[in-house]
Design a protein around this ligand. Structure first.
Ligand SMILES: C=C(CC[C@@H](C)[C@H]1CC[C@H]2C3=CC[C@H]4[C@H](C)[C@@H](O)CC[C@]4(C)[C@H]3CC[C@]12C)C(C)C
Ligand SMILES: C[S@@+](CC[C@H](N)C(=O)[O-])C[C@H]1O[C@@H](n2cnc3c(N)ncnc32)[C@H](O)[C@@H]1O
Length: 360
């Protein structure tokens, strides 16, 4: 009887382990393993402190007074989350509509290729990726269009990751990455044949500032497309549940305040762009972008255990558990934003810099 009980317990434990590791799928996405989780450019002993500083700054996004400090805190945010994003999501730090019968990877790539198809570039053209992350979109876009892509990100850890991935993918002759602030770019006027930004300009305290910079560096006649994070026409500022969801999204994603969909085109026009097209890519017939987040819930629990164990063993920096917990909570707010229809991460705007300056 004793040996039967022992056998059953062993079988249960082995079954549980197989389920945990195999059925749920490995947590590691291509390129990053759990044992390599770091605080980006922040040294391991400072991760927890940096997380606390980030949290106290972004806890009440609408009350941020010193907007000049936003880029520095966004930089801190990406030091804290970049490895976790790569590990648990992949090299493209954005959402895309689900496509029945297609994998997340394919749906992501198609969403990225759509951006470069919209700006109508030719092989050899030089285009700008505004807020490029670790370069998932940049590589897909360079491979699809054969254009030369220059990516800019505020976070130097991402610059190194992106350069490494570009080299590994054999795309380093088409893809270049620089560290800089998209509110004050180091590029000369009229130097790009096109530009795109994928879920990045939402980090700018004033959209007008980043749009004005993009306008400045584009050649006259060229196109810019952006996938913007916005509140939709379903959002009601007097509804406390709506406000809770939007604030939850802002806090957990380093956003100095989400904009209404209605402000995007107006801002683009204000800096001089002509609006070619505008549409919310999350609207039906598109399938929900948040399905992937919802489906991942069990894996997030598993990831939480992995992060907790690695942190207790001193392999992952102290503070990684807090960062992971914050993302866990944020995933829920994002899902609620999608389910309720009050939030979209893919309000698309396509703009042209006029051939000749507008007469005032
Ligand atoms: C555009 C931005 C980022 C969008 C998304 C790429 C990320 C938003 C929330 C992130 C995640 C939430 C839950 C994490 C999970 C708990 C962990 O185990 C694995 C990683 C997550 C899935 C993580 C992945 C990236 C996001 C989906 C913003 C910042 C403007
Ligand atoms: C959510 S990620 C998206 C990255 C990439 N577009 C993608 O889809 O994978 C946002 C990016 O914007 C960058 N970013 C935010 N604020 C910035 C700023 N002021 N200047 C330059 N890059 C910035 C971040 O560093 C990050 O790379």
């Amino acid at each position: 009887m004793d040996s039967l009980a022992l056998f059953c317990t062993g079988a249960l434990l082995a079954g549980g382990l197989i389920w945990f590791v195999c059925i749920l799928g490995p947590a590691e996405q291509k390129g990053k393993r759990a044992v390599d989780l770091s605080g980006g450019s922040i040294s391991a002993e400072n991760v927890q402190d940096n997380y606390k500083q980030y949290w106290s700054f972004f806890r009440r996004p609408k009350e941020i007074e010193t907007t000049e400090k936003v880029p520095d805190f966004v930089d801190t945010f990406y030091n804290l989350v970049t490895d976790i994003y790569e590990w648990g999501w992949g090299q493209s730090f954005h959402f895309s509509p689900s496509i029945p019968g297609k994998s997340h990877r394919d749906a992501t790539r198609l969403h990225e290729e759509m951006a470069v198809d919209l700006i109508d570039v030719k092989p050899g053209d030089r285009i700008l990726d505004v807020g490029c992350g670790v370069g998932g979109p940049m590589r897909a876009i360079a491979a699809h269009s054969r254009a030369k892509v220059v990516g800019i990100t505020i976070n130097d850890y991402q610059v190194n990751r992106a350069r490494l991935h570009n080299k590994k993918a054999g795309l380093d002759s088409l893809c270049e990455v620089v560290c800089g602030n998209f509110l004050k770019m180091q590029f000369p006027d009229n130097s790009f044949d096109g530009a795109y930004s994928i879920e990045a300009t939402c980090h700018a305290p004033k959209l007008e500032e980043v749009y004005a910079e993009i306008f400045r560096v584009l050649k006259p006649g060229s196109l810019y497309v952006s996938y913007e994070w916005v509140t939709t026409d379903k959002f009601r500022a007097e509804n406390p549940e709506h406000v809770e969801i939007i604030q939850g999204i802002e806090r957990g994603d380093a956003l100095p305040g989400l904009r209404s969909y209605a402000d995007i085109a107006e801002t683009a026009r204000k800096v001089g762009f002509e609006i070619v097209k505008e549409s919310d890519l999350s609207k039906p017939p598109a399938q929900p972008w948040w399905t992937r987040l919802k489906m991942g819930r069990i894996a997030y629990w598993r990831n939480h255990i992995v992060v907790t164990v690695l942190s207790a063993l001193g392999i992952a920096p102290k503070g990684t558990v807090d960062v992971h917990e914050m993302l866990f909570v944020t995933a829920d707010y994002l899902t609620r934003g999608g389910d309720s229809g009050i939030f979209s991460p893919m309000h698309m705007i396509l703009c042209r810099k006029p051939e000749s300056p507008a007469s005032s």
